[in-house]
Design a protein around this ligand. Structure first.
Ligand code: SAH
Length: 424
């Protein structure tokens, strides 16, 4: 989501005659686009602000946008007095105000809903993978999560606006569309005739575009994985056989305290339905370890469920108490050293599962999307349909096909090696 927001901000600045620079000392405007989901991310923002402050030109405009801006609000100006602007994740379209009045301080952390999508210009070129937000905010209110505070209530964007973005991306270079939302599979929109649209409608419509070769979406909430959406994995071959569906914990007690009221049986049942629709599908998850009150036995259940589902490409985090969340006030907070050792143990298992999956891919041929070259320019980096990185020798003629059938020749826990299929 921050990648997308950043692109919209960059497009606005380019349109106004700005150009990108790698050097902070050359910049006339410096914007940190921030994430507040864990305390570490927030801390990094403030240390980066300190570095930027020392390196920038004295008259450069300098500010933060995104969730840390909303979390910190006016206090950000107290901590870093020379900040010029602090704009929340739904008010960054107000940036032109500071360009016009550079001598003021601009604070806006309002939840403006969908306004930002209408006010900023579109980029004239799309990256190969276009991230397209289809909703803002989240209504789930997981007790650990700051997102409902920083990004507000869940609102789905109008179907036609999303499809406009998809067509624009397809016309300007996108090969893959990744639909984004905090609760992406909860997308619901009714137009003024009362016609209702779901994520499955967006996928079906997007799959009709010749330019688009791959479609995916993230992140899904387990109980919103409706049958119409599961059916898409059977009928739309452009939808990748890969789904991020965070389970967070394998302990029913912890899930209850997280306010994630689904049973493990329900989760397993959804995975079974997905596999019936697309036998080669793989599931990824996010995990939180060391949630308040998590016992060794609870944690063991998390490891067990990861091993049972065989989650690939997963993300695991130590629980981080966040302001404005219920879990931060719960008793039995887990000591840092326990969180760290549980995280290491879970990561060990997840790495093993990933290595096993990567090794099972050797000998397969997969349609992969080019991400670019490594530093030497001699190797190309591709993404498989399962989001694994696959390294291929660049062809002698210098051509790097954007989409290519690649035969996987070797694997380790972090990446794959492959060769183009038409080279024997
Ligand atoms: N709805 C989004 C949430 C974005 S945050 C999603 O499901 O992806 C991404 C992940 O960060 C969450 O799934 C969760 O595993 C993790 N996370 C969120 N809040 C956290 C916290 N307070 N401490 C540790 N991890 C957290």
């Amino acid at each position: 989501m921050n990648v997308y927001d950043g692109q919209r901000i960059a497009a606005m600045l380019l349109q106004r005659g700005y150009a990108a620079t790698e050097k902070i000392a050359d910049a006339d405007i410096i914007i940190l686009n921030t994430c507040a989901v864990r305390a570490k991310a927030t801390d990094k923002v403030f240390s980066a602000l300190g570095r930027v402050r020392r390196a920038k030109k004295t008259d450069a405009l300098f500010g933060i946008v995104g969730c840390v801006a909303r979390e910190a609000g006016a206090a950000a100006f107290k901590r870093i007095p020379d900040l010029n602007f602090v704009l929340g994740p739904q008010s960054y379209h107000k940036l032109p105000d500071i360009l016009e009045n550079p001598d003021t301080k601009l604070l806006n952390i309002d939840l403006g809903g969908l306004e930002k999508f209408d006010e900023l210009p579109e980029s004239s070129t799309s990256p190969a993978v276009a991230y397209i937000p289809i909703q803002e905010g989240c209504d789930h209110c997981c007790t650990y999560c700051i997102v409902p505070y920083t990004r507000g209530r869940e609102i789905s964007r109008p179907f036609e606006n999303v499809m406009h973005d998809v067509r624009h991306a397809a016309a300007t270079g996108a090969l893959e569309i990744c639909f984004l939302g905090q609760n992406v599979n909860g997308y619901k929109y009714s137009d003024n005739t009362g016609k209702a649209f779901r994520l499955s409608d967006l996928i079906r419509e997007t799959a009709k575009l010749d330019a688009i070769k791959r479609i995916r979406f993230t992140s899904s909430y387990p109980t919103e994985m409706t049958d119409d959406l599961i059916e898409m994995f059977r009928t739309e071959q452009k939808l990748l056989p890969f789904l991020n569906m965070p389970i967070q914990s394998g302990s029913p007690d912890v899930l209850t305290r997280m306010n994630r009221p689904y049973s493990l049986d329900l989760y397993i049942d959804i995975v079974d339905k997905l596999k019936a629709a697309r036998p080669d599908i793989q599931i990824s998850s996010d995990f939180i370890v060391g949630f308040p009150g998590e016992t060794d036995a609870d944690f063991e259940k998390t490891v067990q469920i990861a091993k049972q589902i065989r989650h690939i490409n997963s993300y695991s985090f130590k629980y981080s108490p966040r302001p404005h969340t219920a879990a931060a006030l719960m008793p039995n907070q887990i000591p840092e050293n326990v969180k760290a050792s549980r995280l290491a143990a879970l990561d060990g298992e997840l790495n093993e599962i990933q290595r096993e999956f990567n090794e099972a891919c050797v000998g397969e041929t997969m349609a992969c999307l080019c991400e670019g070259a490594d530093k030497t320019g001699k190797k190309l980096v591709y993404r498989t349909p399962y989001m694994q990185q696959c390294i291929v020798d660049a062809p002698e003629n210098g051509n790097a096909p954007q989409m290519a059938d690649i035969r996987i020749t070797a694997a380790n826990k972090a990446s794959l090696r492959g060769e183009f299929c038409d080279q024997n």
